[in-house]
Design a protein around this ligand. Structure first.
Ligand code: GAL
Length: 672
């Protein structure tokens, strides 16, 4: 059974009944169904349609829409509308609004301008969610619920008065006393010691903009805690009303938010919003990076770490654009490519954003499947073809993505990296390098969040990378020890385990809690100065570029130096140390995992190309196994793959073997 209660992969679309004439609803839904779309998501920005004035509730608008949906046989995901409070609400209760760091209060006119901690907003949200759920939850066409819309999108920092008060409460609960807080934040440095709770504030403007890093780390934790609590307020109410079998979810993954915790506490699974042509709008990828839309496979792996099976609530189907942003429409084949990318990585349900493009408002350039006129077009025809392909893909819904390599992450280090350029630079480089190396060597991998994993969760992986776990706790060190001792291969990068949970540097010899497991001592380390050139190291006959940062390693307690630096004043110092513990091994590498270095590790450790016996593919093509074998050509040009065994092409039902030419953006799915 798939996530939305069906024994199949299925398609949906985001629909805004309030944007169109009522007499168009039925025609729209009929056309969706004719083109293979079986579910619509509605109401996430429509608070006013249900509570046009404070305390006055009128359910008739969505009653009429749900009647039409039921008559047509369309399934519905209903949303709580808290991402866009009505004008009457923010006018009367300005304390519900968020503010900038400087205290400038955001005003009505966009979205996500509220804060999570206002008691008034919580009260009014509880009421609207309760009313909506009580009124609509029993409708047979409803299959699930979305809470709010994209928590922490657009703005992921909160500075309102309500947040200041809640931050103090959060800290009181966490530390109990000001002494403990002062210690955790190292406030003795630069005379920051607090002597009363009302001196403690959210981070504010300072000379240079820099703020005590330990305070900042707790601020990010607080924001995440606030969003999680706000989501739980809503899900607790929804749970009281939703029909048996209907799910609760939310959409998107954004900054300063522990989406794992939110999912564990409040959701049945996570849904993601996938806009691969964002790669044209943002500095989301390295300039020279050729992966562009393929980079979304990295994001989808993040989603999978939260929910092994997930949904896509918004899959790009038109040009992304707002008044400030322009990007191209999906080229012929790319909607199919991106849909299969999502499915290959774990999605059972893919819903496009949106049915028809809005003719007004901030997002009138953010295109949906149809343009303004709503006439049939190439993209709608592609949706129909996709739905026909999904009908042939038996055995994928409900199945798991296969990976033998894992990359460990955790929120403490990610958030620490936001305020710490040393860590951020190293993390970005290695996360990026590992992604590229895995993609180009056709080596599927999972992200695993070590702060949300038990001892056994790493057991299935042959190789686990934990690139730069600067902050490390005893519990996490134990998870790593267990993994290695039962036979795993753990690969660590520079600057591991030198901070405690507050981000304060430890005074033990480095790498702190992992010194014994890794068999490493680090007497010295340095940033690689730009005028040093590329420092290199030798691992057997293989040369490694040791970029950005070099830990100079000594092997201790029977470990061995596997690679030495060949340049710089520390030529001859260890660059890679290998230790054995129990049944497994640990490699401590003193630098970062660029794509080239990561590829060397994958190859030397025997983890690259796990499906080489089945398929050979060029770099531009992604290979993934989830129920079936997915082959995704991200390039606009023909690419040749070679099948080393006879495989059944699921789309055509025909058996194929040997060289196969894929046209630009073509996907194939084989029974594996
Ligand atoms: C998402 C959001 C949608 C719409 C879309 C296009 O971030 O959930 O409401 O804004 O992007 O911008």
């Amino acid at each position: 059974m798939n996530l939305i209660g069906e024994h199949r992969l299925s398609l949906g679309v985001c629909y805004y009944p309030e944007h169109w004439q009522e007499d168009e609803w039925e025609k729209d839904l009929q056309r969706m169904l004719e083109n293979g779309i079986r579910t619509v998501r509605i109401a996430e920005f429509a608070w006013n349609r249900i509570e046009p004035e404070e305390g006055v509730f009128d359910y008739s608008f969505f009653d009429r829409f749900l009647d039409v949906a039921e008559k047509a046989g369309m399934q519905v995901i209903f949303c709580t509308p808290t991402a866009t409070p009505p004008a009457w609400l923010t006018k009367k209760y300005p304390e519900v609004l968020n503010a900038t760091m400087e205290g400038v209060v955001y005003q009505h006119g966009f979205r996500r301008h509220y804060n999570y901690n206002s008691p008034k907003y919580q009260e009014l949200s509880r009421r609207i969610v309760g009313r909506i759920a009580a009124h609509y939850a029993s409708r047979p066409c409803i299959v699930g619920w979305q809470i709010d819309n994209e928590f922490n999108c657009e703005v992921a920092e909160f500075y309102s008065d309500c947040d200041v008060a809640a931050f103090r409460e959060f800290l009181k609960k966490k530390y109990g006393t000001l002494d403990a807080l002062n210690k955790a934040w190292g406030t003795v440095f630069w005379n920051q010691t607090y002597t009363a709770w009302d001196e403690v504030d959210v981070p504010r403007a300072t000379p240079t903009g820099r703020v005590n890093p330990h305070r900042k780390l707790d601020f990010y934790r607080f924001i995440s805690d606030s969003a999680c609590r706000f989501a739980k307020i809503q899900s607790d109410i929804l749970r009281r009303y939703v029909k048996k079998g209907d799910f609760i979810t939310t959409n998107g993954i954004f900054g300063n938010l522990d989406s794992h915790r939110m999912t564990e506490e409040s959701l049945d699974f996570m849904m993601y919003d996938s806009y691969p042509n964002f790669s044209y709008c943002h500095g989301l990828y390295h300039k020279e990076d050729p992966t562009k839309d393929r980079n979304w496979s990295k994001h989808l792996s993040e989603v999978r770490s939260i929910s092994p099976l997930f949904g896509i609530m918004e899959q790009q189907s038109g040009a992304n654009g707002s008044m400030e942003m322009m990007a191209p429409v999906p080229r012929p084949g790319q909607m199919t490519l991106w849909t299969m990318q999502s499915i290959a990585h774990g999605a059972d349900f893919v819903s496009y954003f949106r049915w028809r493009t809005a003719t007004m408002g901030t997002e009138m350039y953010w295109h949906g499947i149809l343009d303004y006129s709503g006439r049939d077009n190439r993209r709608l025809a592609e949706v129909k073809e996709i739905s026909e392909k999904l009908d042939c893909m038996k055995g994928v819904a409900g199945s798991r993505y296969e990976a033998k390599v894992a990359v460990l992450r955790d929120y403490d280090n990610s958030w620490n990296g936001q305020a710490d350029v040393w860590q951020r630079k190293l993390d970005e480089t290695s996360i990026w390098g590992l992604f590229q190396a895995c993609q180009y060597t056709h080596t599927p991998y999972d992200y695993v969040y070590i702060d949300h994993c038990g001892k056994k969760e790493l057991d299935p992986y042959q190789v686990v990378f934990y690139p730069h776990g600067a902050i490390l706790t005893k519990e996490r060190a134990e998870i790593l020890r267990h993994y290695v001792e039962q036979g795993g291969t753990l690969v660590l990068g520079c600057r591991t385990a030198f901070k405690d949970i507050h981000g304060i540097c430890v005074t033990d010899p480095l790498p702190g809690l992992l010194r014994e497991l890794a068999g490493v001592d680090i007497p010295e380390y340095t940033v690689v100065a730009p005028d040093t050139g590329v420092v290199k190291a030798k691992w057997g006959d293989t040369e490694l570029d040791t970029m950005l940062f070099n830990d100079q390693l000594t092997a201790v307690d029977g470990a061995e130096v596997a690679a030495e630096y060949t340049d710089g004043y520390y030529r001859g110092a260890g660059a890679l140390v290998c230790n054995h513990a129990g049944e497994g091994s640990v490699y401590y590498y003193g630098s970062v995992f660029t794509a080239d270095v990561a590829q060397i590790f994958l190859e030397k450790l025997g983890a690259a190309e796990p499906y080489a016996k089945m398929i050979e593919a060029p770099e531009e093509v992604e290979v993934a196994v989830r129920g079936c074998l997915f082959v995704l050509n991200y390039s606009g040009e023909e690419k040749v793959i070679t099948l080393h065994q006879k495989l059944r092409n699921v789309y055509t039902g025909k058996e194929e073997t040997g060289a196969q030419t894929l046209s630009g953006y073509e996907t194939r799915v084989y029974e594996s």
